[in-house]
Design a protein around this ligand. Structure first.
Ligand SMILES: [Zn+2]
Length: 319
């Protein structure tokens, strides 16, 4: 299978990505469902409909009602996805962003072809849903996974307090995304020890049927995250939130460094999922930068999987 994409010349030079041989480049056409995936970036001379060949799944986005952290609606998210060329996004609930599951589901219902809800549970709060309530949502196909924030809420991923919810997720085939790595320093009381990716290992071993995603590559503990992914068949990592706002050329180089640390331990690109952390990070910049970054680190054949194919498989989504 041939995979073809183009980075901008300057971007390619910065990241050390080899040129795509011109004699292997297929004709750029905007029709034909049998064509191989093509990722075309920074090429103003290409037909805009070519973007329809690109399956891009953003596995990490937020909406919320909180002015201090995240204040965004599903309508604003879809507008940003349209500008970036993103086909589908997973949208997270969470007490930390003032995004109750009921509001999340209502917001996502406006865009069933573009958005999938990932409910959140805060197991130590008195208003936490029961595991049965989560199971009912799963049974109705209302949620595509669970998002958990142990660093902000003070429990380890393998603790008993969260286990009933994780058993529901495992039984229903729902992946669980753990916020992992650094914590927002404006949120008082957050504790890093609960957010380090190494603690995912206990859970991954004890619930081998549960699909687990380590968010943010576990930054700055990429090596730990990579080892947990490498060792456990049921663990993946997303590349969201590695920048605040817009990309710069130095941001690209930093992310190449982070990913190379990951790859030194876990060489499998099928373990890596595209995600942005919108609205914290800019989706359009992520879509332009990441294929070239992934190509520089894993090779160009990894690009379609990381940008969307892996997410389709792990979350059981349709493009
Ligand atoms: Zn996030």
């Amino acid at each position: 299978m041939g995979v073809f994409f183009r980075c901008g010349d300057a971007q390619r030079r910065r990241l050390g990505v080899a040129d795509v041989p011109t004699d292997k480049t297929p004709p750029l056409r905007a029709s034909g469902i049998d064509q191989q995936p093509q990722i075309v970036l920074n090429t103003a001379d290409v037909d805009p409909p070519l973007r329809s060949f690109i399956v891009i799944i953003d596995t990490h986005t937020h909406i919320g009602l909180d002015r201090e952290t995240i204040r965004a609606t599903s309508g604003e998210l879809v507008k940003s996805m349209d500008a970036a060329g993103i086909d589908r996004a997973l949208v997270f609930g969470g007490a930390i962003n003032d995004c109750p599951n009921s509001w999340l589901l209502d917001q996502v219902d406006h865009f069933p072809d573009r958005l999938s809800a990932v409910a959140s549970v805060s197991p130590l709060r008195s208003d936490a849903p029961t595991p049965k309530a989560v199971d009912r949502l799963a049974a109705k196909g209302r949620i595509a996974g669970l998002k958990l924030y142990p660093g902000y809420e003070h429990y380890y991923p393998a603790d008993a307090v969260i286990r009933p919810y994780l058993k529901v997720a495992a039984d229903r085939g729902l992946p669980v995304v753990f916020h992992s790595g650094d914590l927002f320093n404006k949120i008082p009381g957050a504790k890093l020890k609960y957010a380090q990716a190494i603690h995912i290992d206990d859970l991954a071993v004890e619930l081998p049927n549960l699909k687990i995603v380590i968010a943010h590559l576990g930054y700055p503990w990429m090596v730990d995250a990579a080892q947990v992914c490498q060792k456990n068949a049921n663990v993946y990592a997303d590349i969201s939130g590695l920048v605040y706002g817009r990309f710069t050329s130095s941001t690209e180089a930093q992310i190449v460094t982070y990913l190379r640390q990951f790859v030194a331990v876990c060489e499998s690109p099928e373990k890596v999922l595209f995600g942005t952390d919108w609205p914290i990070a800019d989706q359009s910049d992520y879509v332009v930068a990441m294929p070239c970054i992934v190509s520089a680190v894993f090779g160009e054949t990894a690009v379609p999987g990381v940008m969307g194919g892996n997410a389709l498989r792990v979350f059981g989504l349709h493009p």
